[in-house]
Design a binder for this molecule. Sequence first.
Ligand SMILES: O=P(O)(O)OC[C@H]1O[C@H](O)[C@H](O)[C@@H](O)[C@@H]1O
Length: 385
Amino acid sequence: MINFNYENILKLNEIDIKFDYKEYYNRFLNKLENTVGFRKAIFEDINKYKIEKAEDVVVIGMGGSILGTETVYYALKGYNKLNNAYFLDNTDPEKIVKIINEIKDKEPLIYVVSKSGNTLETIVNYNLIKKEVKGDYIFITNGGKLLEEAKEKGYYIMNIPENVPGRYSIFTAVGLAPLYSLNVNIDRLINGAKYMDKIFLEEDFYKNYPIINAIIHYLYEKRGVDIAVLMSYVESLYHFGEWFKQLLGESLGKEGKGITPLLSIGAKDQHSLLQLYMDGKKDKIITFLTVEKYRDDIEVEYNNKIFKLSEIIKYEQLATEKALTNNKVPNVKITLEEVKEECLGALLYMYMLQIGFMGELYNINAYNQPAVEEEKRICLEMMMK
Ligand SMILES: O=P(O)(O)OC[C@H]1O[C@H](O)[C@H](O)[C@@H](O)[C@@H]1O
């Protein structure tokens, strides 16, 4: 289903991964049992999220309230029989007006997703949709202006467990309800997370993917390697990168600490950023994201030899990995069997566990984001002058 390979880290032998992690691990398990709910969420009865399916589904949200849903939808779109999704996840007028023009003659199912219920962009986009589009509404929110609106209008309301932070909430109503409406098999998504949970409980540290990847990144960051490059050789996982960016950046970027996420797509970025990775500052660790099997393939001739395109991109990934290792650039590799619900569920949950555990290693709160409030205050003062 999913494999994590860190042989190149062992080859470089620059860090001692025989790290005494048990105290941190037990503290993390305890936190997941008693204060942070994203692990408990995967064991909930998910039938409560199966509200209805719809040909056209609008999702209005920001950050953790929409990035996970986009990740799964765009990864599967075109291969699974999915319904039409329209994501209002920004305030770019060109993007939003285009979407409104696409849906104004349809009668979509509209999800308004916001844990706080007070996010500016989500309220603004809801106000636009309310004015321009006829449809049925489902609100997924715990409070604020949007909960008041939903109650006043009598809309269907779903809540998010208070102890599940937004960027860790894909396996709650936030992701599962809209994905069900879009015809994603959410049972298989959760099964993938449960598969990863078994790996997370693995006593053998060297097989515990999220823990060992956390320790590798932590020990390398201590050596000044504080940029985590996610280099995906699967373009349909582009939105996973956007989700990963928020999870890593917002969870660990505190108290002057943090690791900077940097997204790359292979093979393209071999022609744009590889020079920097190979011969620039040695401050990056590369995570390759690959698949055993692409869902499409085609034969092509090169230098009088016939290849499958999947063979070529795999040679390119392996060559990049080898060149980086030769140049002592640390790198690890995650390989999905293929892009399907189970593998996506396992991947998303692996990173929640990895980054949550890194919060334990750094002894910081990986679940809040106090620093984002200042911008909101300044923006509101400017807008309401
Ligand atoms: O779900 P909401 O309350 O609307 O929050 C949406 C997003 O905005 C906040 O400002 C935080 O930066 C994110 O962690 C959060 O996911």
